[in-house]
Write a protein that binds this ligand. Sequence first.
Ligand code: ARG
Length: 467
Amino acid sequence: MSKKSSVVSRSGRFSSGPGQDVAAFSQSISFDWRLWKQDIIGSMAHARMLHRIGLVTKKECSDICKGLEKIGDDITAGRFEWKPELEDVHMNIESALTKAIPAGAKLHTARSRNDQVALDMRMWTRDEAINLVEEVYGLQRSLVNLGLRHAEIIIPGYTHLQRGQPVYFAHHLLAYVEMLDRDAGRFIDTCKRTNVCPLGSGALAGSTLPLDREGVAVELGFVDEKGKPRLTQNSMDGVSDRDFILEFCSSAAVTAVHLSRLAEDVILWASAEFHFIKIADSYTTGSSLMPQKKNPDIAELTRGKSGRVIGNLVALLTLLKGLPMTYNRDLQEDKERLFDSADTVRACLRLMAAMLDHTTINEAACAAASADPSLLATDLADYLVQKGQPFRHAHHDVGALVALAEKNGVPLNGLTLEEMRGIQPLFGPDTLGLFDLRKAMERRNMAGAPGSREVKKQLARWQKRLA
Ligand code: ARG
């Protein structure tokens, strides 16, 4: 048997409130309190609109707005008492308002919690999307700065985690800057489609009262580039659409996957096997058993947390896929997933940036790895191509050189010119000069290539863009 609790919001139709277990099960205040600012701003705009259309007097409107402001101050100061029996943020605020100001009872005119929560969520999501864009820029800056601090460092570029061709370390970092830029773009796009005002959709079928939807939308910033109001065009869609949350969480999931890949590179680079980077002590942890250990936990947690961000997206897609029109209480489950994706990605972006700001490069290890002459095997093939050989044949001949060097137990640049010419007479006296790494980097200068000039140009471009 469940104990009964009194629920202020319940009225006329119900003879009793829900049981305590029911209230505990259905409350959302423990997480949706985070929407308080949006809820108050939205309610103020709604109250002013009700005054404009003559449903609330000037005095009532100003009382309501002052009352809401006071509640906002109380919440900020930690004085506001959130009551779980009032279910959610909307009823907590409205109930406190009505207790303080009789006119508060008029605030819910021509409004349902269904369009109210849709409004709050859109405002929260659009603000957070823009916040995350700034966080993404922050990590991009850290990557660019790390690249600039070590602009001359060359490392092997890998495919299949096998050494491929040489690249500037900065070029590798800038790959992530490009990925992150697409992430920022996705959040900006998300923000555009989110920024449409659902208020006035009512419970599902609008209102018989002559609401000024346009005025509310403009006041709340739901406008296009020309300042024209952007309104949802179908009341049923207005209360039940959560695509903007899907989009946000999808943008967050792609970002998290990019962060996870960066984390994986950092983890590899920090290992004794690679030894390319050294993360500052304050951004690593030790082992409780092995005294020598220094672990890249921030990167590992970032890699790990991508799982929950992906999970949040899948949870939301699953939540929505079977819902009949229009509002269903299932939709309350959108909030924790949204908040968690935002919080997680924000924290990962910040901590990865801070960690990279406190990371140094082990130049000797990078130099040793990039001195591997086989990284320039492709340059030998290109040399033969320039002498007129078809690439497939050039590839085959250089492969034969690699095999010969392996057989002789020497590095690729340890073969004599005679040995090379024995396999392919097109190799001239300038062949051994191809193994000069700095010169090799100068040969790679078209747009997007990891060459000396191009990488400097890209670093400068990003530095300017992110300034
Ligand atoms: N807490 C609810 C939610 O997040 C608000 C909307 C409630 N609407 C309703 N018809 N019960 O979805």
